[in-house]
Design a protein around this ligand. Structure first.
Ligand SMILES: NC(=O)c1ccc[n+]([C@@H]2O[C@H](COP(=O)([O-])OP(=O)(O)OC[C@H]3O[C@@H](n4cnc5c(N)ncnc54)[C@H](O)[C@@H]3O)[C@@H](O)[C@H]2O)c1
Length: 263
């Protein structure tokens, strides 16, 4: 299927690893110019070098998504390098307990700093980028913003992570589409179930009996951000191998399977 992403400019946060990195590589393969933004400077630098060595066009920007000044500077670098931002994909994120190395503990014993960390990274980090990039897309009178939700935003799990992802999947994606309407800016949230960016995700149950290969999620992100997805706006696409309906499944339970390799 022709996605016509050739020449578009895609800015991807969390592009140093996992789905963000794969997004950047896939946009580049489709002929898009890519801005790889991440806290991990070495990771985005080497990924951008590889894209450029393979005939693509990429820049790497070190940014902490929780710092609005750095976010604005990253947007400005993207515009300086490529003249526009057509697609924003906010991938930077993760559960605060995992990233801070906290063991399970009762809610009232979780340090409040961990709650702040989770909300700052997962909610404010995405909103800061959407806010800064909106100004550029409004000038262009075009653009699409894709945020990464999670099945955890649907079913709960880690407190700040779940709260942030729920917000992205409902209030943020919808309100962004409402603000975007006057400027021809779309907003879509793609919410995965377990994805094999880490081997541990294979332990989460799904109706499919397996976790997703990252490519299965990235294919959807590319589709919704292309003109093929032009009618998708203000909504969340849950890609979870049916995990959200597993709890109420009667009869035989799904067999455990391995994910296909789609790349
Ligand atoms: N992997 C899964 O199973 C899964 C499931 C559902 C949702 N998600 C969501 O998808 C997105 C990508 O997940 P993944 O597993 O591919 O990610 P990952 O953990 O492989 O990569 C996250 C990237 O974000 C960067 N990052 C972290 N904090 C940052 C900060 N403050 N500023 C800038 N960059 C920062 C990291 O350096 C890293 O490169 C995340 O938002 C995640 O919550 C993942």
């Amino acid at each position: 299927m022709e996605l016509n992403l050739n020449g578009k400019v895609a800015l991807i946060t969390g592009a140093g690893s996992g789905m963000g990195l794969l997004c950047a590589q896939c946009y580049a393969k489709e002929g898009a110019k890519v801005v790889l933004a991440d806290l991990n400077e070495d990771a985005v630098k080497s990924a951008a070098e590889e894209i450029n060595a393979n005939g693509g066009e990429a820049i790497a920007v070190k940014v902490d998504v929780t710092n609005y000044e750095q976010v604005v500077a990253c947007r400005d670098k993207a515009v300086e390098a490529f003249g526009a931002i057509d697609i924003l994909v906010t991938c930077a994120g993760g559960a605060e307990t995992r990233l801070l190395g906290l063991p399970w503990m009762p809610y009232h014993e979780i340090p409040i700093s961990a709650i702040d960390f989770g909300i700052d990274l997962n909610l404010k980090g995405a909103m800061y980028f959407q806010h800064a990039v909106f100004a550029q897309m409004a000038k262009q009178y075009s653009g699409v913003m894709i945020s990464l939700g999670s099945i955890t935003g649907e079913e709960g799990g880690t407190m700040a992570y779940a709260a942030a992802k729920s917000a992205l999947m409902k209030g943020v994606v919808k309100t962004l589409a409402q603000y975007g309407a006057e400027y021809n800016i779309r907003s879509v949230c793609v919410a995965p179930g377990p994805v094999l960016t880490r081997p541990g995700m294979a332990n989460m149950k799904t109706m499919a009996g397996r976790a997703a290969d990252p490519q299965e999620i990235v294919d959807m992100i590319l589709y919704v951000s292309s003109d093929r997805g032009a009618f998708i706006n203000g909504t969340t696409i849950l890609i979870d191998g049916g995990r959200n309906v597993l709890m109420n499944k009667t009869g035989p339970q799904p067999e455990k399977k391995t994910a296909p390799k789609n790349d």
